[in-house]
Design a binder for this molecule. Sequence first.
Ligand code: M6R
Length: 614
Amino acid sequence: MCGIVGYIGNENVYDILIKGLHRLEYRGYDSAGVALVAPDGKLSVYKARGKVSNLESFCADKNLDARAGIAHTRWATHGEPSDKNAHPHFSEDGEIAVVHNGTIENYKVLKDALIAQGCKFHSETDTEVLAQLIEYIRVENQCSLLSAVRKALRQVVGAYAIAVVEKNNPDTIIAARQSSPLVIGIGENEMFLASDATPFVEYTKDVVYLKDGEIAVIQRGKPLKVTNLDNVETGVDVTTLQMSISELEKGGYPHFMLKEIFEQPRTLRDCIRGRVSDDGKRININGINDHKDKFLNCKRIVIVACGTSWHAGLLGRYLIQEMCHIPVVVEYASEFRYSYPVLDENDIVIAISQSGETADTLAAIKIAKSMGAFVFGISNVVGSSIPRETYAGCYIHVGPEIGVASTKAFTGQVMVLTLLALGIAQLRGTKSEDEIRALGEEVLRIPSYVEEVLKLDKEIRRLSLIYTYAHNFLYLGRGYSYPVALEGALKLKEISYIHAEGYPAAEMKHGPIALIDQEMPTVIIAPQDHLYEKIVSNVQQVKARGGNILAIVTEGDSVIRNIADHVLEVPVMPECLTPIITSVPLQLLSYYIAVNKGKDVDMPRNLAKSVTVE
Ligand code: M6R
């Protein structure tokens, strides 16, 4: 939530910052701003409400000549989206400017203390408090900016990734992190900082992921220096970025979301590669191999995640319980810490997060570790906080997901959970060699099945026109198709703003059935599985009440075809592998409905891709 970017070097900083902000816009887009430090030491701050393009228009006639600066794109926490609440924030004397991602929990106490000292505030943000505090300390102590930042951060409770510049010093940026991501790029005679590496991937592959409690001094012409809050050098750990610029472009598609939907055959291949032997017989997951005793002896698995990742987690429960016979519970990470959790060393906690930065999921991990559980992460973003905070894990390897609505990350998560379940079953002997081989062979075919399903694109686009103007949708599924129904409903509501409810199909008659009429379409996920006969009854119940039905069925289905208004067919496959296939048509359906309604598919209102606040 919120994206920050900074640059110091010989290029025009404004162009680099604006390009960087566009790349980070998925993190928040209700206002944006830049602070430029010109070679003569002049500090200029420009901000505008709305997307980064508004900031660009605002800056069109400004003097933007500078070689150092910082910038921010905001997702509001303290104070409404407005010009005055946009970052960067100034100190009262205009000497320093700060950008910040995170929340300062004790900002009120600090603000009251500063007001008592005569400080005046111009915004409602917690960030302005930090800017004023740093400057107050610097003036009071007559100390350097670095020293003032360090002293200020010792007083701060909360999460932050910050970058600070000062007037009259075009050669230095101070950056720091605590529980919010910050990565530094080291180029030739230039350095970058950002919430993730996307703003500078075309300039350098040498990156340093700042750790919690570290402060970086980024100085023109000098090596990067990293210290902790006690001013002890902690070392500079340079790693090589595995990301290419083409992954960050739309590649001819009108939206990232559509590109990401169509990338799924490739992303699933990348996710499976090396984890299933060519003959399907062996499942090879390093995170399991390196901790066999944990997976052999655990008594229970607890999955924690939010949003779409939580839906993937629900599928993980079905997969692991069916294949490994280990009890699994799935918790919203945002509720986990308030549910009086009881865990011990016999539990494995699996934390799932595309971004690897979701604050609630990180908080759940901390609790799980403190209670002695073995914590395993499933994440997409290499070097993000969750892989670093967990004892072992698996990347989903689907490449940067930029559309706010998660698509390829969801199928990647489900794929990893499928492989994990197969791997644990192989280790514990809960599936025979033949059963593992049969499923392994089918897993290898999934990318081709997804290719087949994507051929429904034209038909789904046509159907979307019929369904675009509904105000409410019901999504129903049973067994493995129930989490798919939840995910389908979430996809629709987050990008088209149409109300949609996902329900276990059999629960419909305990309430939601009252909603059914000709105005409310029901999307039913009904592949041929062991619950097929039961879901046929549910389809009939909806039809008997005049409901309009769009059903996802298995190729050759004739029963539901005769009842439903529209059907979309997916290939035949083992029941436990259907979710990846049945979720793809639902992604396309919500995409086209949102496009028909003229919505901003990649940046839906009020949302941000990475939710780094509680
Ligand atoms: O990065 P995470 O997977 O932890 O994010 C969790 C949710 O915020 C995320 O899945 C959200 O629900 C998406 N917008 C869904 O499309």
